[in-house]
Design a protein around this ligand. Sequence first.
Ligand SMILES: Cc1cc2nc3c(=O)[nH]c(=O)nc-3n(C[C@H](O)[C@H](O)[C@H](O)COP(=O)(O)OP(=O)(O)OC[C@H]3O[C@@H](n4cnc5c(N)ncnc54)[C@H](O)[C@@H]3O)c2cc1C
Ligand SMILES: Cc1cc2nc3c(=O)[nH]c(=O)nc-3n(C[C@H](O)[C@H](O)[C@H](O)COP(=O)(O)O)c2cc1C
Length: 452
Amino acid sequence: MSEAMLRALGAGATAAAYTALCLAVYARQRRRRTAAVREAASLSANGDTAPTLVLFASQTGQAETIAWQTARQLRAAGTSVRVMELNALDAATLGSASRALFVASTYGEGDAPDSASVFAERVMGSPVTLPSLRYAVLALGDRQYKNFCGFGRALDAWLHAAGASRDFECMEVDNSDPVALAAWQVRWGDAAIDHEDPAGAFAPWRLARRELLNAGSAGAPVFQLGLVPQAGAIPPWASGDLVQIAVASDPARPRDYSIASLPTDGQLQLLVRQEQHPDGTLGTASGLLTSTLAVGDTVALRLQAHRTFRLDGNETRPLILIGNGTGLAGLRAHLRARAAAGRCDNWLVFGERQAAHDFLCREEIEAWQASGVLGRLDMVFSRDQPERLYVQHRLLQSADALRAWLHNGAAVYVCGSLQGMASGVDAALRQIAGESLWSDLLASGRYRRDVY
Ligand SMILES: Cc1cc2nc3c(=O)[nH]c(=O)nc-3n(C[C@H](O)[C@H](O)[C@H](O)COP(=O)(O)OP(=O)(O)OC[C@H]3O[C@@H](n4cnc5c(N)ncnc54)[C@H](O)[C@@H]3O)c2cc1C
Ligand SMILES: Cc1cc2nc3c(=O)[nH]c(=O)nc-3n(C[C@H](O)[C@H](O)[C@H](O)COP(=O)(O)O)c2cc1C
């Protein structure tokens, strides 16, 4: 990335930071005026000292981060707070609360993210009355999608219909708009929202190598990239985490990529598919990464913790890793972590088009199979036989083995295409495991997805 590009990105960030700062000053003054009143109000209702619930529905972590920031602000103002993901909330807990703040993103086509899908089905799908609840919803979304803030809106409408009273109208945030986010912080106290953002700042990373992985493929080219920080040492990250890449022509919309390596590899590796627009031009970020950028050039990158896709809590379980295409990235990082930890109870189910061209990272996968790191491997090539065969079909064919792994405590990680693959895998998993185990897997963090 040129200096001019980095300057342009810096200018955008400065303007946003200035706006947030102005709102922060206003917020601080407002907080001092209202904290005492609010605190008294929250404690006085029927002598009720129940904590304010701060609830999040998050896929890639933004809503979760904002929920924790909001909770810290409320605590700093003296309010007692309980933070939970929506799937951990039941109707009785919500019914006994006097105030709840919801931070909710939207996934799929206007759907709940995974951390809220059980709540959406179990609680929002049943008759609930919440006459003593006051609430507010911060809905995160992106106007590029048809159902903008679809889940946040549905949640707000459901709460209202259940008799809960709005503290204020549902606040909608397009693409993490800093002004809208600062307005939410203003409601709950100090607007200094950025100082604990785990995503950190964009920094220049140098492209150290790039390799085409699927020469001759019927699909779009997939490249493996190796990046190193332009200055300083390799920073820490965990398998499952993401990076964001900023592009000068679209600085408001950084693109996410799943990290395919570990810090101990000495390089941050990505698997990037080169997108092409219908007019033949290359995708903005994927074109930069796979074509415009030369080896030795730098790109603006930042690490993004992806807590809901990490191994955290599942380290001692068998793992079933399912994916397609560039989804191998997130699965590969996990497999490298498992190999380093000496764990062999890993089952990889991976789909692409043709073995001859699309067996991404073949040597590494075959070496894992030979050394036993992969206790079971299913490569599913959709076009190597007359009928189309995908990973979800292989799961259905292997239903008994899948059930045995699940009953043995396995966790399921899915990475890759949301449409087709992830939805098909989800349907297969529901069918094989049954509704009850399927929702238990989701609610207990044994079913995690990085799908896009
Ligand atoms: C959590 C997550 C993880 C991800 N991980 C990976 C990964 O590991 N590897 C990977 O390759 N990708 C990954 N992605 C996808 C990645 O973030 C980008 O979305 C992808 O690379 C396309 O971005 P782009 O800027 O190249 O395309 P864009 O330029 O944004 O175009 C994307 C699409 O928008 C439409 N479009 C945009 N502009 C035009 C135009 N002018 N004319 C017509 N149509 C247009 C087209 O349909 C096009 O295909 C991930 C996404 C998420 C959310
Ligand atoms: C695959 C995918 C599907 C999405 N679908 C929608 C959608 O239908 N409507 C919407 O408003 N936003 C949609 N978004 C945008 C997210 O809601 C938005 O990026 C949000 O800030 C993510 O927050 P989180 O990190 O807490 O999950 C989608 C994002 C992705 C990656």
